[in-house]
Design a protein around this ligand. Sequence first.
Ligand code: ATP
Ligand code: MG
Length: 410
Amino acid sequence: DPALGRILSLLNADGGADGGEARVVGGAVRNSLMGLPVSDIDIATTLTPEIVMDRAAAAGIKAVPTGLQHGTVTLVIDGKPFEVTTLRTDVETDGRHAKVAFSTDWKADAERRDLTINALYADAEGEVVDLVGGLADIEARNIRFIGDAARRIAEDHLRILRFFRFFAYYGSGRPDAEGLKACAAARSKLKTLSAERVWSELRKLLGAADPGRALLWMRQMGVLTEILPESEKWGIDAIPSLIATEKALGWTPDPLLRLAAIVPPDAARLEPLAVRLKLSNAEAATLKAWATAAPVNDEMSSASFERLLYRNGADGIMTRLKLALGVARGKAEGDFGEMARSARLTKLLDQATNWTKPQFPLNGGDVISAGIASGPRVGELLAGLENEWVEENFVSDRAALLARLQERVQ
Ligand code: ATP
Ligand code: MG
């Protein structure tokens, strides 16, 4: 990446008194070592934020002070952001917020990070610097806290969820035993975290290619119940066949579909959940549409399914169909009934995916033009005609409906 090269040489320039060093850190190093795509590039440096800003200005690079109190400056090259953060050591923590001080100590910077796989650096030459044994853990796909797991969790309880999130994405085998134990012991502290941090981590976890094993461990350790008591009764049994179905049919991972698979379709319980975790309005609406959607009988004709889509909207119905399909496909092997059911559900899902809502060809103005004074009668007439139009499978066009309106009015 030429832009990255430019930034590293700028920050590593032997600039006399303020000569310092910069290295890529965190997710970018981890993912390149694992041969996975890199989303954003974080850079750590011994230079203070002021010097980073000065050098960027001198080189004509756009610098945005995105988090000066945390020592972060974002450098932008060709519209691509690079977060440059001055090395820090923790001075004081209370489990929710950390007080940090700038430093030039690479080891201390590594040791305040959460997991060994997240604390690797790559210098300007591309050489990997491993101060905490992260390389071996990357090889083994071992998700492990740096230092004493219980202490690291006490500094920031969100690390419990990060442990399982990174296990979901990058772990293999079992999660580290000491980490698991420490997460289980501190699980009640999850309640003290802000809703935004919890949902942002959980959303990422649920968006993994296969969050199944991580959810299983979270459930086993009592962590899942702590943040999602709604999943208690329902359980996570639906997840494996849902994931298999998603893979077989090429659906992109959808955190909300996975969430819907582990909580009850009950609007009265989902509304408080959405408030508690501060889901976005769109996310809350998706859950609500699902919970309130009419049940779909997979044997219904495509005409009556079309009427159902018109009256319910497609979103909630599609979530229902996807979940039902996950269950049916999970049972389908050697079971002809479930196989046939899967085929029917797939057909309905295709129909819903390709459906566009037909537009009712009349409006209130038409009724008034036909001689009805504006008032409740207008809406009643219109609704009656619309209902007939739906029942007759949307075949009547505007002219036919206007003629029918004339008959009603006389
Ligand atoms: P991705 O961006 O792919 O989710 P990432 O590793 O870049 O993964 P970020 O959340 O962007 O994760 O954080 C960047 C780095 O900051 C991490 O790799 C880790 O070293 C450190 N870090 C982030 N959050 C914490 C935390 N709560 N405790 C300790 N270190 C953290
Ligand atoms: Mg990142």
